[in-house]
Design a protein. Structure first.
Length: 95
């Protein structure tokens, strides 16, 4: 028996394959950003840590941190949508 996941995206997704970090409740979890669109992303989480329904996502070499809401989940894979009004620059360290 096979499982098919169907979900709508707001725009074309681009294959990305960049490292990312999920932040929630003073916790950070590594992930791989599989694909990206203007409204969301597909993620593969690196551990079995329970990921909440909403969190912040930082993608390597990108200057913003996105607020994400989980749209679907299958084992260690997540589909998330971005709340565009909640994007922010990560806090920089001391200069």
């Amino acid at each position: 028996m096979s499982t098919t996941i169907r979900y709508k995206t707001d725009s074309q997704r681009t294959i990305l394959l960049k490292r990312g970090t999920i932040f929630f409740r003073n916790t950070s979890v590594g992930c791989l950003v599989l694909n990206l669109s203007t409204g969301g992303a597909g993620l593969a989480v690196e551990s079995d840590v329970a990921i909440p329904l909403a969190f912040e996502l930082e993608i390597e070499s990108e200057p913003i941190r996105r607020h994400c809401v989980v749209a679907w989940r299958l084992e260690r894979r997540l589909g998330v949508t971005f709340e565009s009004d909640r994007m922010q620059r990560p806090a920089s360290g001391p200069v």
